[in-house]
Design a protein around this ligand. Sequence first.
Ligand code: SF4
Length: 253
Amino acid sequence: MLSPEERRNAVTSAERLEPTPELLDELRRKSEELEPASPREVLQWAVGRFAPRLTMATAFGPEGMVILHMFAELAPDTPIFNLDTGYQFPETLELRERVKQRYGIEVEFKRPELSVEAYEHLHGGPLYKTKPDQCCGERKIRVLHEAVRGMHAWISGIRRDQSPDRARAAIAGWDKKFGLVKVSPLANWTKQDVWKMIVDHDIPYNPLHDQGYTSVGCWPCTRAVLFGEDERAGRWSGFAKTECGLHTLDEDK
Ligand code: SF4
């Protein structure tokens, strides 16, 4: 298995994928063709079409864990990274170690330039309390732009039934915001499908899910959800914000 450094070296060329009409047409056709396919088949297509310029960002949520499990079998050398904002739960950080033990896959931490201490000092306190969009923009989105440089496609764990915003996600589409093809193998899966696979294959997961945290992000912006609430209701509770900006829809399908 290649080290993160070796993988990076393999794709250092600045060659970018351009959203030509031919590519957009290919994605539209492929997306339709893959609608009835299993997540594994979608992932297999993505690996064959885009590796070694295929990557995935994961926050170690249930969907990410299921895809990691499939990657371990299909393409364990795929570079997978975590946006470590400095505000993650210890349980999330520990899950990275469990992934390494179980699959031998080293999820690479991608971090912002400034430590949490330096960042909060610069802004006179934590920005997540007052300007979460700026905080996500600087501690996640900017880091993500850097992390996907040289890549042509990324895998996302979003499901259409997670939110109205995600309901329009294509299996494969052009992600304008990041200049990448975005492939969502679990688009047609339900929460039950994901958890069934976790249980059936004894896939490691974040223990916070057993404490009512249906979606886990940074600790200041995550709370457990109450009975009957939307599964993402615990994210940025009290703000109109529902997404950190990674998966707001901005695709040419
Ligand atoms: S989720 Fe909260 S703490 Fe994390 S980057 Fe966004 S605003 Fe900051």
